[in-house]
Design a protein around this ligand. Structure first.
Ligand code: HEC
Ligand code: CU
Length: 347
């Protein structure tokens, strides 16, 4: 992290099935932290931040100014004009029209101006530019899930620098709130409703998405990383495209770890590893087995069969099982290779 204070957070969400990193996944580097500059606001890292901070600072200084000019004289007058004796009378001063117009008109204009600068930011935040990249966000107790335009699903938010990003957000359980302090971005994530917002990151950084709405006992661990990376070639390390190709990892995971991660994220709910039957057949002992298909054919489970089962599951239905596996053509070659490596291990 850079200069200035950092607010350190626990480094991994504890619960929530989708938040669980694969056991053998590469260790996470730095602790999750909000970047602050000095003791003031978090570092400004999106196109919102400038007008937002200007509005914040303006409101703050106006409030301090009026607090001082109202409270200061009040304290002074309370002492100066304190009743000195039981018989002292209040002077018969009634009101001063000019003064009253003055102190009504000025604050009214100021408040209209303050509303206007806030409203402009709010209105701008509601309408994403047409060329914005859409990322679907799902909040659940106690993790975040991000689905990228190509179908890839990750637990961390990675975005290219200098490109508008639109978030379409919903929750599968209770109300959460999506908050990235550096982007000056916060909105409720509500079940049965899509809320949207957009932002354009202006600085390469690594920070943290927080849940800003108390959602249950695990609320304080509902954190994940957010990365802003340069846009570029998929083969160049450090770019957004490279991160995406690596399955949301800065350095590529070895095939087995990558396969295990995908299994945990996607397949686990339908395929067990211990031989028990879920929606689909268990992966235990799958590799190399003679599988009987619904059409009576037998087939040896090898690389091609596995790839086909993932890309076009309806092509080869396992006997005794429903045709209920969704095709996952969005998985990258590296994912498939990882899954194959992982399946070979399930003896
Ligand atoms: C929604 C439930 C569901 C999910 C999620 C799911 N599958 Fe399946 N899968 C099934 C069902 C049901 C079958 C059996 C019917 C068929 O063959 O299409 C199956 C069959 C298979 C087979 C053939 C198994 C055999 O015994 O021959 C493979 C391989 C497979 N799935 C791999 C995967 C992988 C890898 C993932 C995760 C990337 C995955 N599946 C995710 C439901 C699912
Ligand atoms: Cu939450």
């Amino acid at each position: 992290m850079s200069q200035g204070n950092t607010t350190t957070q626990p480094s991994q969400p504890k619960s929530g099935s989708t938040a669980q990193p694969a056991a053998s996944a590469a260790p996470k580097e730095a602790p999750m932290a909000i970047e602050t500059e000095g003791a003031w606001l978090p570092r400004a890292s999106s196109t919102y931040a400038e007008p937002y901070d200007a509005a914040w600072n303006f409101n703050l200084w106006v409030s301090i100014f009026f607090f001082a000019i109202v409270m200061g004289p009040m304290a002074y007058f309370a002492v100066k004009y304190k009743r000195k004796s039981e018989t002292e009378r209040t002077s018969p001063i009634d009101h001063n029209l000019k003064l009253e117009i003055f102190w009504t008109a000025i604050p009214t204009l100021l408040l209209i101006y303050m509303f206007w600068i806030g409203f402009k930011i709010f209105a701008n935040a509601q309408v994403a530019p047409n060329d914005a990249m859409t990322i679907n966000v799902t909040g659940q107790m106690y993790s975040w899930k991000f689905q990228y335009p190509d179908g890839t699903t990750c637990n961390e938010l990675g975005v290219p620098k200098g490109r508008p990003v639109k978030l379409v957000m919903s929750s599968i359980d209770t109300i959460h709130s999506f908050f990235v302090p550096e982007f000056r971005l916060k909105a409720d994530v509500v079940p049965n409703l899509y809320t949207t917002m957009w932002f354009e990151p202006t600085k390469e950084m690594e920070s943290v998405v927080e849940c800003a709405e108390y959602c249950g006992t695990g609320h304080s661990t509902m954190l994940t990383r957010v990365f802003v990376m340069p846009s570029g070639d998929a083969d160049t390390a450090g770019t957004y495209e490279n991160w995406m190709q690596n399955g949301c990892e800065k350095t590529p995971l070895p095939p087995l770890a990558r396969g295990q991660k995908k299994y945990t994220q996607i397949c686990k709910s339908c395929h067990s590893l211990d031989g028990s039957r879920l929606v689909g057949p268990s992966f235990k002992g799958l590799w190399g087995r003679q599988e009987t298909l619904a059409n009576g054919q037998t087939i040896t489970v090898d690389e091609n069969y596995i790839k086909k089962s993932i890309m076009t599951p309806s092509a080869d239905i396992v006997q005794g099982y429903p045709d209920q596996m969704p095709p996952m053509a969005y998985l990258k070659d590296q994912d498939i290779e990882g899954i194959i490596a992982f399946l070979k291990e399930q003896k």
